[in-house]
Design a protein around this ligand. Structure first.
Ligand SMILES: Nc1ncnc2c1ncn2[C@@H]1O[C@H](COP(=O)(O)OP(=O)(O)O)[C@@H](O)[C@H]1O
Ligand SMILES: N[C@@H](CC(=O)OP(=O)(O)O)C(=O)O
Length: 418
């Protein structure tokens, strides 16, 4: 069997869903499980809605109505007004209707997951209905009964044994009779609440299903020809890799290459399942194959940008040397604030750390650090990571930007720049 993943860009409008159907039609003779993300930028819009609701600042109803209108516009283009899908979508949105009528009492991350998950619940309903309308027998699957997580809202940790058991138990029989369409990015807790797996987590969902079902391959259909040596949004003159090793792909995604979610590769590597990254606009193109076979030689360096970084410099209040006791206290505070460190450096009098800026977590961490240390910070920074680099190429890449922190190993150069 095969697992396909269609991201937001591929289902951003009615032509996108028609295109998805054409791609799927080419595989009509295969057993296929299809993972779909929220349409276009819906997750961003739902995040805005969550903020507006929790902080009671913006016009909650206006944001919500725009989200609904966007989906109904797509439905109008694809279905007759009497089609059952209109009811299904209305019923799915009702969950938000009820929630935003009440005062926000619960924890932010919990509310976030209950609201933001609607994007995938709606998109998969629409895709399933359209596939069936076009004669492709498809079943809508509620992923929350199959991908089981703990209750770390916004970053659900997958309970692999329970997930595997439920997927193995039900899905193979379903695939005998029809294609199965399910939501990326979502999970469910043992109390039946919805969790999310971390932004852009639908690739990870595809990998989980593939690993549990021992799929022949996973294909993620993207708006790029495959994996390129750099993000084409920021670099011209990129080259596509025909093949990449799991290890190289893990490194790239770890450093922040947004094309694949970082948790995706490992389960596939463990199960020796290839990951194909292909363009949804040209389904017969070769794309990139990620497997055990990698490249021996990189004609161009791999460049990865991680934006919106904050760099914090921490020193002892009595200006003494930084010791292991200080470091241990600092790391505990980072762990307690759920802040993942991207780069760090110790010098005699300070410890410098660079990480993704996320307002609530950053403010919490800063408050805690300031109780025991002197703290200075700099935000709006970028980490440039260059793998398989040549020294002269680095200079050209940095241009006249100021380097605040630099680390070079044999294969990888990393620079924090302003
Ligand atoms: N090395 C890279 N190769 C290809 N695309 C990249 C790379 N790094 C970042 N990207 C970006 O990843 C985007 C595709 O990933 P993503 O937006 O997550 O797709 P989707 O949400 O449709 O699954 C591209 O539009 C591109 O801008
Ligand atoms: N919709 C979620 C999950 C996801 O993976 O989306 P995409 O496949 O469009 O990156 C997000 O935007 O974070």
């Amino acid at each position: 069997m095969l697992v396909f993943k269609f991201g937001g860009a591929s289902v951003k409008d009615a032509p996108g869903i028609i295109n998805l159907t054409k791609v799927v039609q080419k595989y009509a003779d295969q057993q296929l499980l299809i993972v779909v993300s929220a349409m276009g930028k819906t997750t961003n819009a739902l995040e805005k809605l969550t903020d507006a609701y929790v902080n009671q600042i913006d016009d909650v109803h206006q944001i919500y109505n725009d989200i609904k209108a966007y989906h109904y516009h797509i439905l109008d283009e694809l279905f007759e007004p009497t089609h059952q899908v209109f009811n299904d979508i209305e019923n799915t949105f009702v969950e938000i209707d009820w929630m935003i009528e009440d005062e926000p009492h619960d924890d932010y991350d919990f509310i976030y997951d209950q609201i933001v998950s609607i994007g995938e619940l709606v998109s998969t309903r629409i895709v399933t209905a359209y596939l069936n309308k076009e004669g492709i027998n498809s079943k809508w699957l509620d992923v929350r009964g199959y991908i089981h997580t703990d209750n770390t809202y916004r970053e659900g940790v997958v309970d692999w044994p329970k997930t595997r058991e439920h997927i193995e138990q039900d899905i193979p029989a379903m695939l005998e009779n029809s294609m199965v369409v399910t939501q990326g990015f979502l999970g469910g807790t043992s109390e039946n609440f919805t969790t999310t797996l971390g932004r852009e987590g639908s690739d990870y969902t595809a990998a989980i299903f593939a690993a549990c079902l021992n799929a022949a391959s996973v294909t993620t259909w993207k708006d790029v020809p495959g994996i390129l040596n750099a993000d084409p949004k920021y670099f011209t003159d990129t080259v596509k890799f025909d093949q990449l090793s799991y290890t190289e792909a893990i490194e790239m995604t770890y450093y922040g290459a947004g094309v694949i979610h970082p948790k995706t590769i490992k389960p596939l590597q463990n199960a020796k399942i290839p990951l194909l990254v292909k363009p949804f606009t040209d389904p017969d193109a070769m794309g990139t194959v990620i497997s055990e076979i990698g490249l021996q030689h990189y004609a161009k360096p791999v460049i990865i940008l991680k934006q919106d970084q904050v760099m914090v410099s921490i020193s002892a209040k009595d200006y003494t040397f930084i010791t292991e006791d200080h470091l241990s206290a600092v790391f505990s505070l980072f762990a307690a604030s759920h802040v993942k460190i991207n780069m760090m450096q110790v010098s005699a009098l300070s410890f410098t750390v660079c990480f993704d800026y996320r307002a609530e977590r950053f403010n919490h961490l800063l408050e805690q650090l300031k109780q025991s240390f002197n703290v200075k910070y700099n935000n709006d920074l970028t980490i440039i990571t260059v793998r398989h680099y040549k020294q002269d190429e680095l200079k050209a890449l940095i241009g006249d930007r100021k380097i605040l922190l630099e680390q070079l190993s044999r294969n990888t150069a990393q620079m924090v720049v302003k």
